[in-house]
Design a protein around this ligand. Structure first.
Ligand code: AMP
Length: 498
């Protein structure tokens, strides 16, 4: 199907106003105040005398001296910083699941992991993302460190990766260099559902290739990661062309907007005066409806950019990927050119507000950061938003199909033997799991079941004396006594059959 045919159906759905989030009330700690330990009058008197505090009759607690009035003790607990969240133990299985899937697929396509520092020279982001973007002007955590250097917490991952590419001479490696990065990003945004001040992204970047097949590959990888997790997404794709095409389009768009003499347009023209293209991203319903009839950037692409875009779309067609041409996908950052895309869970304007990921081409960035001319493209997925959908849709991470063995013990004496046995089996490569902090057998077997263990090794009091242990088949419940020395062999035999 041609690009023209697939031109985005201009949606008239209005953007939902941002949901207001109720201020989360810190859970009241309902802990009762501990009663003061009873102290003998004698002891108190002795202490009080030592401190020369006056002692009232029949009082065990010494009275505070008058010159030091007791302040009401308001023990205010320190909470996490607004917009920053803990990733608790119960969340970890989702995180591991996401990372395993994302890294697994990306590595299959020949990408290697890279890590860059969270803290970078603030100039890096100003130069790459753009000095006038909201991301840099309003949302970046930026400050002077103790030596007066202006630094910033990374608001996105691409700039750091490109800096590393230039700094470590990756320009001289076989091209393209394909990397992925998973880690926290920081943006001082208004926290709300699916929007945090510390959040995590999974970035995939290809540096050193202009080929449209790389654009298609990155789109495919992003889509496949989500599909593998059971999340259906629509790919919203556009081309933002070259800087020259954008400059020309800016003029045309401005002329068009000026024909609408509304206050909203006047305000938007002022607000986006430094980069009018960002108006296409506006959430104002009036602007959105005016934009429906606006000329489209895609009609102003030069021949090279147009041919590149058509080729990207042909690859997507070949892959049967569900994409929509969306002229309003312009991405907020200065470094993008040509392909720009986002992944939405659904196909409406509402889902636009909570895109699961986005990316595109940034052919000029390496050069802007001091390297030689190097075409590049990539994307970032928002991990929190993806996990929120997995939870909403009650999709659970798959259980490991490795036949695990759970080590359970009964009584303090057995713990000693169990600890030694655990390490012995672990070091021999038996897939042993357990928790020596647990006591009751029933509780331990429940955990074994939950973890999907095939067998449990039980070290009980009687077995301790006999020099044996029990092997329990978790499915049938059948238990067999085996001599402690043979445990490894016995387990290996059973695991082979499992
Ligand atoms: P962006 O670089 O802004 O396109 O972000 C890429 C993806 O990161 C988005 O599609 C979101 O899934 C996620 N993301 C961006 N900002 C936030 C945020 N403040 N909180 C949570 N996730 C975010």
């Amino acid at each position: 199907m041609s690009a023209q045919k697939k031109r985005a159906s201009r949606t008239s759905s209005r953007a939902k106003p941002k949901a207001r989030v109720k201020k989360k009330q810190a859970p009241k700690t309902a802990r009762k105040k501990k009663a003061a330990p009873k102290r003998s009058v004698k002891k108190v008197a002795k202490k009080s005398v030592k401190k020369s505090l006056p002692l009232a009759k029949n009082r065990v607690t010494p009275k505070e001296p008058e010159f030091e009035p007791r302040k009401k003790s308001k023990k205010k607990n320190i909470a996490s910083v607004r917009g920053m969240r803990d990733i608790l133990m119960r969340d970890q299985r989702y995180w591991q699941w996401f990372l395993n899937v994302a890294k697994g697929i990306t590595e299959q396509y020949g990408y290697s992991e890279i890590e860059t520092p969270i803290v970078e020279d603030a100039q890096l982001f100003k130069r790459s993302i753009g000095d006038t973007t909201d991301l840099v002007q309003k949302e970046m955590y930026e400050f002077d460190d103790q030596s007066g250097d202006r630094i910033a917490l990374r608001p996105e991952g691409t700039a750091g990766i490109v800096r590393a590419y230039v700094e470590h001479g990756m320009l001289n490696m076989p091209q393209p260099v394909k990397v992925y990065l998973a880690g926290p990003m920081f943006r001082y945004e208004r926290p709300q559902s699916g929007r945090f001040r510390q959040f995590h992204q999974f970035n995939v970047e290809v540096l050193g290739s202009e080929s449209p097949v790389m654009d298609a590959e990155t789109i495919l990888i992003a889509h496949t990661i989500l599909k593998e997790l059971g999340i259906e997404t629509s790919i919203q794709v556009n081309s933002v062309g070259s800087p020259e095409a954008r400059a020309e389009y800016n003029k045309v768009l401005k002329t068009y907007l000026k024909t609408h003499k509304s206050a909203a347009v006047k305000e938007a023209l002022e607000r986006y005066s430094k980069n009018l293209l960002r108006i296409l991203d506006s959430k104002d319903p009036e602007i959105q409806s005016i934009l429906e009839e606006a000329p489209q950037l895609i009609d102003y692409l030069d021949d090279d950019c147009r041919a590149h875009f058509v080729s990207v779309l042909e690859h997507l067609d070949e892959l049967d990927l569900p994409y929509t041409l969306n002229p309003r996908i312009v991405r907020g950052l200065d470094y993008y050119n040509r392909t720009a895309f986002e992944l939405w869970h659904g196909d409406t304007e509402e889902t636009r507000q909570s895109a699961l990921g986005g990316g595109g081409r940034y052919d000029g960035l390496v050069e802007k950061l001091g390297g030689r001319e190097t075409p590049a493209c990539g994307f970032a997925l928002g991990i929190e938003r993806i996990i929120a959908i997995l939870r909403q849709e009650k999709t659970s991470p798959p259980k490991s199909d490795e036949p695990l063995v759970y080590l359970a013990q009964i009584g303090d004496n057995s713990k000693k033997r169990a600890l030694k046995l655990f390490e012995q089996l672990r070091s021999q490569g038996i897939p042993i799991i357990g928790n020596l902090a647990k006591d009751g057998l029933r509780q331990q077997l429940e955990i074994a079941n939950k973890k999907g263990a095939k067998f449990a090794v039980i070290v009980g009091q009687k077995e301790m004396i006999d020099g044996t242990v029990l092997i329990r088949d978790m499915e049938s419940g059948i238990q067999e006594t085996v001599v402690l020395e043979n445990i490894e062999k016995e387990l290996e035999k059973r695991l082979k059959k499992a």
